[in-house]
Design a protein around this ligand. Structure first.
Ligand code: PHE
Length: 347
């Protein structure tokens, strides 16, 4: 037999059994399992053996290696357990400290905070609402008629209808498709004057691609008081856009339709990527669509129980993901949700 494995096994066993200190145990480990140890030495000689011997000896060496490792580990544990409390290694203050990897805010959180701060400085308060909403708050209270396409199951995630104990049907629940239902919630519970911004998540069953996601983020804003005019809305939006995107931008209001505002508009800013010259981001138009807005529809005031003709107000809503993408030059919305550390580290 080329190697005397049983003899080696007996020697190792004996040595480990009689070993008295951790240092000696380390020496035994080195002798058998170290880089210049017996096991590696034998392994390196396998190619010199007759072909039929090689697999047999290889297996035996491996078994020996495993056995020695187990015995060493058991002896090591035995030593550890027997060290008395005051002998146990104390905290070594000269040892290099572990580097604490501090995280930082997500680009969406930064965007939310910067936008909300501008409105807070103008006296707006921040309110949040639930992501699971009633059909009333998401649609009916906002003057969205029963046959409006946005109520369709293709455009809104509905929850399984629940039955009350007395077998009557409960209100239909859904994942809110915009932050506007918080207008209804706040107005139902408080009287004007109101100046509120609402940051939050919204949901729509859109196919996911570079600019769409089934979940995204909005900031809603509304202001209700006596004698609020469209010029107040324009002034506020102008101040916000210039504070956030820089004084150099220009804005334009395009007539639009929303059931809960009248008149309604969409707001564009001159393209911040190309300086309004026309590029792929603005579709060569020089303008970027930023938000929807308008004067709150009298029917909304009626739905929340405000007296007729007493108050006027404006509301606006913007997509936070899109604004973050424009501000940071991000070309795919999915990057915001994938939590890839290489992406996140850039902010
Ligand atoms: N809720 C609208 C949307 O999601 C945005 C909007 C809010 C428009 C407030 C007008 C007033 O598209």
């Amino acid at each position: 037999m080329p190697f005397d494995i049983p003899a080696l096994q007996a020697d190792a066993k004996e040595a480990i059994k009689n070993c008295l200190t951790l240092e000696d145990l380390d020496k035994i480990r080195n002798k058998y399992l170290g880089r210049k140890g017996v096991i590696l030495e034998m392994t390196s000689q396998i190619p010199n053996l007759p072909v039929h011997e090689r697999p047999i000896q290889g297996r035996l060496i491996n078994e020996l290696k495993k056995e020695i490792a187990i015995l060493l580990e058991a002896k090591h544990n035995e030593f550890r357990a027997s060290i008395s409390v005051d002998e146990k290694p104390v905290f070594d203050e000269t040892f290099p400290a572990f580097k604490q990897e501090l995280g930082h805010k997500h680009p969406l959180s930064i965007t939310f905070e910067e936008i909300c701060k501008i409105f807070q400085q103008c006296g707006f308060s921040i309110e949040e609402g639930p992501e699971i909403e009633t059909e009333f708050n998401n649609f009916t209270g906002l003057n969205i008629p029963l046959d409006h396409p946005s109520r369709d199951a293709f455009d809104t995630f509905y929850l399984q209808p629940q039955k009350h104990e007395n077998n009557t049907k409960a209100q239909k629940l859904l994942l809110r498709s915009h932050t506007s239902p918080v207008q209804v919630r706040v107005m139902k519970s408080r009287k004007p004057p109101l100046a509120v911004v609402v940051p939050g998540k919204v949901y729509r069953p859109d196919a996911v691609d570079s600019s769409h996601s089934f979940m995204f983020h909005q900031i809603e804003g509304f202001l209700v008081d006596k004698d609020i005019k469209f010029s107040d809305l324009k002034g506020m939006i102008d101040l916000f856009l210039k504070s956030y995107f820089g004084k150099g931008i220009t804005m334009r209001f395009r007539p639009h339709f929303f059931p809960f505002t009248e008149p309604s508009a969409e707001v564009d800013i001159s393209c911040i990527i190309c300086g309004a010259k026309g590029c792929s981001v603005c579709g060569k138009k020089g303008w970027l669509e930023i938000m929807g807005c308008g004067m709150i529809h009298p029917n909304v005031f009626k739905q929340v129980g405000y007296p007729r003709n007493k108050y006027t107000g404006f509301a606006f809503g913007m997509g936070v993901d899109r604004i973050a993408m424009l501000k940071y030059g991000i070309d795919d919305i999915r990057l915001l949700y994938e939590n890839d550390i290489r992406f996140l580290k850039q902010f």
